[in-house]
Design a protein around this ligand. Structure first.
Ligand code: IMP
Length: 430
């Protein structure tokens, strides 16, 4: 049975929502494996718009099991609010339809405060985070002082865990000029929220093992994009989790043999939110136009996204690192009407041609994109549902993208509407 991993292959916001929704209809289980409520997916199902942050996309579809894996960091108060909002839209969420791994780390209020305090401090430290406490929560996980879902079940353990975390955090807060955390109030708040979270707690690794045995189809739903990966992204301007496809297994407890098809989501141009290198960024009318036509504003923070030409060199790198089987190319219609399109095929660094982005920050800064120009098209590609609906130049653009990234297109998305998709390969096909 081919299970599918969906990952972003750029800096996030590649249009995963629509593709994940399309795939989740075909899946039985939808599992998030990293990130937290820094993510934002907009789903349109039956005319209803759902905005999801921490919840897997499967929750809005009947009869699916949604899973929050241990690779996620979970803000329990946010989750309860998000569930309430989705319920108000008429969706049923129960312990039968939503499970949270018992070993999932929790984001606590002091993580968000620390995230925002650091961001406000000075320009040297600034990453341009979503301010949701994602980084500090992951730091605590690796620092062996995080509070996990299972800890909510026992009063004594919870106190010990809080005290352990506060030894570190109160010292840090003093340095940043923040008041110490009110220990007792925090424990009280955690006790109050505990039953709401614990009802969904489950040994997810085991649930997945049983589902696989029963021949159920699993969709591993990634958030953000490979260039924000903690190891392989444009460090330090990255998120604090592994975003690439390998994380689907460690972030859920499903073994590597659970993964069949890796679908990389790739936008036909490039965007980025927050600080950090972006070799093909445009500061001219073309960039402005991509932003306007593509509605490039963040779902989570509403921030304006930086826009630029398609960087085939970076996507080739992302596809290799995630072992992408095929890509879903999104937002091709945003390129309609450009007379000429540019694709970055590599970089020039101190007079030397590079076919990958080097790791050293100073070298990244000196890399200038090498572009290939292609003729644009004047016709609209919006809503195309077959290759025959596309102008010849658009097909040439897609074919050139495939060649340069060394990966085939499995799906082509031509509008936010779910049916406006050209299917080349069904990732769930055996
Ligand atoms: P954090 O994940 O909030 O720590 O933010 C770290 C970096 O990742 C910042 O540049 C954010 O803008 C970026 N980021 C986090 N989540 C997303 C996302 O879902 N889409 C795009 N960028 C994101």
């Amino acid at each position: 049975m081919a299970n599918v991993v969906v990952v972003g292959a750029q800096w996030g916001d590649e249009g995963k929502g629509k593709i994940v929704d399309w795939l989740s209809e075909r899946a039985d289980v939808i599992a998030r494996f990293q990130g937290g409520h820094n993510a934002g997916h907009t789903l349109v199902v039956g005319g209803e718009v759902y905005k999801l942050h921490a919840l897997p996309s499967g929750v809005v579809r009947r009869g699916k099991l949604s899973i929050i894996g241990n690779g996620v960091v979970l803000d329990p108060w946010h989750l309860v609010k998000e569930i309430a909002g989705i319920r108000e839209q008429g969706v049923e969420i129960t312990p039968e339809t939503l499970m949270i791994a018992e070993n999932t780390p929790l984001i606590l209020p002091f993580h968000g405060e620390l995230d925002r305090a650091r961001e406000a401090q000075n320009s040297v430290a600034k990453i341009g985070t979503t301010g949701r406490g994602i980084g500090p929560a992951y730091e605590d996980k690796v620092g062996r002082r995080v509070i996990r879902v299972a800890d909510l079940g026992d009063a004594r353990t919870l106190e010990l865990r809080v005290d352990r975390a506060l030894v570190h955090h109160n010292a840090l807060r003093a340095g940043l000029g923040l008041d110490p955390v009110d220990r007792d109030a925090l424990i009280e708040d955690l006790r109050a929220i505990a039953p709401e979270i614990l009802q969904y707690a489950a040994p997810v690794w085991k649930v997945l093992k049983d589902k696989r045995r029963a021949g159920r189809r699993i969709l591993f739903e990634g958030a953000q994009g490979a260039l924000l990966d903690i190891d392989f992204g444009t460090y330090p301007f990255v998120t604090s989790s592994n975003v690439i496809a390998g994380q689907a297994t460690t972030g859920t407890g499903a073994g590597p043999d659970a993964v069949g098809f890796v679908l990389g989501i790739v936008k036909a141009y490039t965007t980025r939110v927050g600080e950090g290198p972006f070799p093909t960024e445009l500061h001219d009318d073309d960039g402005q136009r991509l932003g306007e036509r593509g509605h490039e504003f963040g779902t989570t923070t509403g921030r304006k996204r930086r826009c630029g030409w398609f960087d085939a060199c970076l996507v080739r790198q992302s596809c290799a690192i995630s072992g992408v089987t095929g890509i879903a190319l999104t937002k091709l219609d945003v390129l309609d009407g450009f007379e000429t399109l540019k694709i970055c095929t590599g970089y020039e660094l101190d007079g030397v041609r590079m076919d990958y982005l080097p790791t050293a920050a100073d070298q990244q800064a000196r890399c200038t994109p090498v572009y290939e120009e292609m003729p644009g098209w004047s016709q609209s590609t919006e809503g195309a549902r077959s290759w025959a609906d596309l102008p010849a130049e658009a097909i040439k653009y897609v074919r050139r993208v495939e060649e340069l990234i060394e990966c085939p297109v499995a799906l082509l998305s031509t509008s936010p509407e779910r049916d406006d998709t050209i299917l080349v390969t069904d990732p769930f096909a055996d």
